[in-house]
Design a protein around this ligand. Structure first.
Ligand SMILES: Nc1ncnc2c1ncn2[C@@H]1O[C@H](COP(=O)(O)OP(=O)(O)O)[C@@H](O)[C@H]1O
Ligand SMILES: [Mg+2]
Length: 320
């Protein structure tokens, strides 16, 4: 378990993390979602001790992270691996050498290194690229290499900092599927920092919403996403972050509507499932109280439109 106990972190006068308390369970995929600058990367780096904290405590695997030194700190970091948006591969080294790097640093015998690299390459499906250089690989393949390297020393925890943010949607899904598989087969705890709601929805068991360094909501992913006007609505909709499957419809709620009632009724009357992709309580226009973007499947699309028209609710289908 990784436990944050009233953790605060400042950079000079800037409060980057404010009184964060959180428990991340062993074996779960925990998402931390928030806008750029919210403090996500900083929070992630406090877990492996790369970022010292000003207040509070982080207990990971039974150890007080800020008290670790020397060999203990090295061992702890080996068990807490990390992957990044830009992959952080060594351009001049072959894929084999990139994966072997942590094993060589740990002074393992060559025979063992070779067997381990082969096994890892197989796990992430890049066996046929071991002789290539990073520049010969696609983004998705590079991230696979980075994942293999991160897993080299059998970590217990994998920290992922926007690992899919530079990838196209299809590749993103394949990397997420790989992470899910690793989580299941190795029992690895994964902490995923991201600004992409899709990533959280796809694989996170639980999610925490970080806004300006404060953890404003923590819960099971579906509960956090399905609660209309949850703290996620503070994350401004960047329409490129909306779900890429199904159809996104933006609803405008005038003062006379109770959003919550309307949504509940619609779901019940049409007997369909849909998800709320984004919501905003206030819109400074005279007759608009709220906006909500819902995501419906292709097959339910007509039904939903008919319902909205009959209810005389303003809506807008968001073009992809
Ligand atoms: N080493 C640093 N020194 C000073 N300010 C920093 C440093 N690292 C991050 N910050 C600031 O802390 C805030 C949070 O950064 P970061 O954790 O990278 O956010 P996120 O990953 O959510 O985009 C930002 O305002 C950023 O400019
Ligand atoms: Mg970041």
């Amino acid at each position: 378990m990784i436990e944050f106990i009233h953790v605060s972190k400042d950079f000079g006068s800037l409060h980057v993390l404010s009184d964060v308390s959180l428990k991340i369970n062993d074996g779960e995929i925990f998402g931390i979602i928030g806008q750029s600058g919210a403090g996500k990367s900083t929070l992630l780096r406090t877990i492996n001790g790369l970022e010292p904290i000003n207040k509070g405590k982080i207990i990971s695997d039974g150890k007080d992270v800020s008290k670790l030194k020397g060999i203990e700190l090295r061992q702890y970091r080996q068990k807490t691996a990390m992957i990044f948006q830009d992959f952080a591969l060594m351009d001049t080294l072959s894929i084999y050498k990139n994966i072997a790097l942590p094993l060589e640093c740990a002074h393992l015998p060559n025979k063992e290194i070779e067997a381990r690299v082969q096994k890892l390459a197989q796990m992430v499906q890049i066996q046929d690229k071991l002789k290539a250089k990073p520049r010969e690989l696609s983004g998705g393949q590079k991230q696979r290499v980075a994942i293999a390297r991160a897993l080299a020393l059998n970590p217990k925890v994998l920290l992922s900092d926007e690992a899919t943010s530079a990838l196209d949607p299809k590749t993103t899904q394949s990397i997420l599927a790989l992470l899910r598989e690793i989580n299941k087969t190795l029992g690895l705890t994964i902490v995923m920092v991201t600004h992409q709601m899709e990533v959280v929805k796809a694989i996170c068991d639980r999610v925490g919403v970080l806004i300006d360094g404060k953890l404003v909501q923590v819960g099971k992913t579906d509960e956090v996403f399905l609660a209309p006007y949850s703290s996620l609505s503070a994350l401004v909709p960047n329409e490129t972050l909306l779900p890429t499957t199904g159809i996104n419809i933006k609803l405008f709620f005038p003062k006379s509507f109770s959003t919550q009632d309307f949504i509940t009724h619609m779901a019940r009357e049409l007997d369909i499932d849909f998800s709320i992709a984004w919501g905003q309580l206030e819109r400074f226009r005279d007759d608009v109280l709220g906006e909500l973007i819902i995501n419906v499947s292709q097959e339910n699309y007509r039904k939903v439109l008919a319902y909205l028209q009959q209810a005389k609710l303003g809506y807008e289908v968001i073009e992809k």
